[in-house]
Design a protein around this ligand. Structure first.
Ligand code: ATP
Length: 404
């Protein structure tokens, strides 16, 4: 059996193109070692499959049919997709409800070859067996199912009551930081302490603000690393000066300003060295830095406790809804005290802060956020400062037609 260790993604391993359509193939030639391995493969497991655009599966399907010379789904290799239809669906930038559902594997030509098996027990919440009046006299696991299936009582169409026990009494970000990261100012946080907690928010802009606030609690000295941003095209460079480019936040790119302190947890934004455990999404702790390199320790997974040196690298903005592309040279790092709800999918956390400065906006986000925790007592929710939020209500978006 071959396991993709070090959190290596299927996109990276199977060489799926970054931009793909219904005619694309993976970059694997018939004589490559990977093609030989694929021809010997009997079973492929793909986790978080429902977050993946159906076109990516179709690219893999076409490639496997070609490499194996067998005109069957995935070239006859048994393909197990793991996922939960209550969780988030593929991200389609500026996509509508219909666009998002259309991009899900259910709407692929492959779906007619899929057999669905249901898992029945929530192992993550298996210790939270107490029936709680705040949860409508349900266990946490049953309440989560009702949340994900849109079976909780709704008000104003898609608002539901946040269980009172989880509502943060002082509705501000500082209170959230103290609740989720107690005693951080003492500077004694262990790898385990950092790895088992996170503050989740729907949007990146809130995540950046929360990260900066949490970092301010750390007693070590702060350094601000600025990126070098430039437009390739002279005409674009004259229209959009680098001061303007500095203000842009682009998905998958680090920020222009990267605030770091020794002891801060960060997420790697690039597959730098998968064999050494340095992949997109790897959790690291900053140990030392100079202006040219950041020394980090891998927190968990392949290479845990190993030290690595992260250089600045060049990111190209690509097709991100901007009318031009630009380059940003920066460390491929982002602070990891807070992350988007979508990024948290797949994780298990002991302490979850849900920062709803803005309500969730897409299918399954509220379910994913609450279901990261093992028990309801360790979830703290900051409700939006809106009429609904002040009444203890939060938005839940569920595309019911897509639930199985
Ligand atoms: N058979 C089991 N016995 C005990 N604990 C388990 C078992 N299976 C899973 N767990 C625990 O449950 C938690 C969630 O497991 P896992 O991450 O595999 O779930 P998942 O189905 O991928 O969830 P999600 O997609 O929501 O992230 C982990 O903490 C794991 O250790």
């Amino acid at each position: 059996m071959l396991l993709l260790s070090g959190r290596r993604t299927a996109h990276s391993y199977l060489k799926i193109p970054i931009a793909f359509d219904c005619t694309s193939f993976c970059y694997i030639r018939k004589q490559d070692d990977l093609a030989v391995l694929i021809r010997q493969t009997k079973l492929i497991l793909w986790d978080e499959a429902l977050m993946t655009n159906k076109l990516a599966f179709e690219v893999v399907d076409r490639t496997l049919r070609d490499l194996t010379d067998r005109n069957e789904p995935f070239g006859g290799i048994i393909f197990i997709m793991l996922g939960d239809f209550r969780q988030v669906f593929p991200v389609i930038p500026r996509g509508s409800h219909a666009d998002i559902v259309y991009a899900s594997i259910q709407n692929s030509y492959l779906w007619e070859s899929v057999e669905v098996f249901h898992l029945s027990e929530n192992m993550r919440a298996s210790d939270a067996v107490v029936v709680h009046p705040n949860l409508g006299n349900c266990t946490f696991a049953d309440w989560l199912l009702c949340l994900g299936n849109n079976e909780l009582e709704t008000i104003d169409e898609d608002y539901i009551k946040c269980p009172y026990m989880m509502v943060l009494p002082h509705a501000d970000t500082q209170a959230m930081v103290v609740a989720i990261y107690p005693r951080l100012h003492e500077g004694q946080a262990t790898n385990e302490y950092l790895h088992e907690r996170a503050i989740l928010a729907p949007h990146n802009k809130e995540v950046l603000l929360i990260n900066a606030i949490v970092l301010s609690y750390l007693p070590s000295a702060q350094v601000n690393f600025l990126s070098a941003d430039s437009a390739k095209d002279m005409e674009v460079a004259n229209t959009y000066p680098s001061e303007f480019l500095n203000t842009l936040e682009v998905s998958g790119m680090p920020s222009h300003k990267l605030l770091l302190k020794i002891g801060a947890p960060v997420i790697l934004l690039r597959n730098l060295d998968p064999l050494a455990g340095l992949c997109n999404g790897t959790c690291l702790i900053v140990r030392r830095f100079t202006m040219r390199v950041v020394e980090v320790e891998i927190i968990i997974g392949k290479g845990a406790s190993n030290v690595a040196f992260i250089p600045r690298i060049k990111f190209i903005s690509g097709n991100n809804g901007l009318p031009f592309t630009f380059a940003r040279k920066q460390f491929p790092l982002r602070l990891a005290y807070a992350m988007t709800i979508n990024k948290s999918q797949g994780q298990t956390l002991s302490h979850v802060g849900l920062h709803l400065g803005d309500d969730v906006f897409s299918h399954g986000q509220l379910y994913v956020a609450f279901s990261r925790a093992k028990a309801p007592a360790n979830i703290k929710v900051l409700l939006p400062d809106t009429v609904h939020g002040r009444s203890g209500l939060m938005r839940n978006v569920v595309y019911e037609e897509a639930l199985l």
